[in-house]
Design a protein around this ligand. Structure first.
Ligand code: GLP
Length: 245
């Protein structure tokens, strides 16, 4: 794994955006896996700015999002579809027909089928953007005795419900289930970039950066098996995790 330590979170967002911009400039019809979550959110304004400055063109890009809550309406401001439209898609020249965020309201079996068709119907993902949960989840792949390779339904971990409750009125309002890419789907992306910041990610960063173990109890550790992963963290997190002095 390559580790990039930036001055601060804002620089991390800029770095990640530049990775995506460079990718699209070299592969104009890039197929990109996108992420939501508070950390990834601030990458998108940099992509929009680059588009406005004519430094990147999203016309032929296609995107697939990692996950979505089950039972949430895409029109709901807390749905990942709503977030992606408002954070990014509505502000650039991407063709919305080429963007896929799983729908949490559709029949589950047919949505899993659609998700797989989107992932594997043409080429594989050129790039996957990731955040990371406090418990090490990627997408919504929560810690278990074993991980699921493909698209599936996941029960949210208590720690995820707690962490994500900041976006909802109360923890009771956080959906309990999600549809997510499996770890195998994520690992098939040609290039993976994970962004993390904040004190609540210190423990998980230690597990990712400070030893060579892979464990299903910290799903992100599977990324150690991928040949092109970049972890982007700020100096503060890098220090607290013991990665830099
Ligand atoms: C959610 C998403 C994950 C994301 C995580 C991190 O649970 N399903 O894909 O990585 O949030 O979120 P944050 O960046 O807000 O800590």
């Amino acid at each position: 794994m390559k580790v990039v330590v930036t001055k601060n979170y804002e620089e991390s967002c800029k770095f990640v955006a530049k990775e995506i911009i460079d990718l699209v400039n070299s592969i104009p019809d890039a197929k990109i896996g996108l992420a939501t979550g508070g950390t990834a959110q601030n990458v998108y304004p940099h992509l929009i700015k680059a588009y406005e400055d004519k430094k990147v063109d999203f016309k032929n890009v296609s995107t697939i999002n990692l996950d979505e809550y089950i039972g949430i309406d895409p029109e709901n401001p807390l749905s990942y579809r709503y977030c992606m439209d408002n954070w990014f898609f509505n502000h650039v020249n991407i063709d919305k027909a080429n963007t896929y965020v799983p729908c949490g309201l559709n029949d589950i079996e047919s949505e899993i089928k659609t998700f797989n068709e989107k992932l594997y119907g043409d080429k594989l993902l050129d790039f996957q953007l990731l955040g990371i949960g406090v418990n090490g989840h990627i997408g919504f792949n929560e810690p278990h005795d074993s991980l699921t390779a493909g698209v599936h339904i996941e029960n949210l971990d208590e720690s995820t419900i707690k962490a994500n409750s900041r976006f909802f009125d109360s923890p009771d309002d956080v959906p309990r289930k999600s549809i997510t890419m499996g770890v195998g789907d994520i690992m098939k992306a040609a290039k993976i970039v994970l962004i993390a910041t904040g004190d609540n990610k210190v423990e998980v960063m230690k597990a990712l950066l400070m030893n060579d173990y892979v464990t299903t109890k910290i799903p992100a550790t599977i990324l150690k098996l991928h040949r092109d992963v970049t972890i982007v963290i700020d100096e503060d997190l890098a220090k607290k995790a013991g990665y830099v002095k």
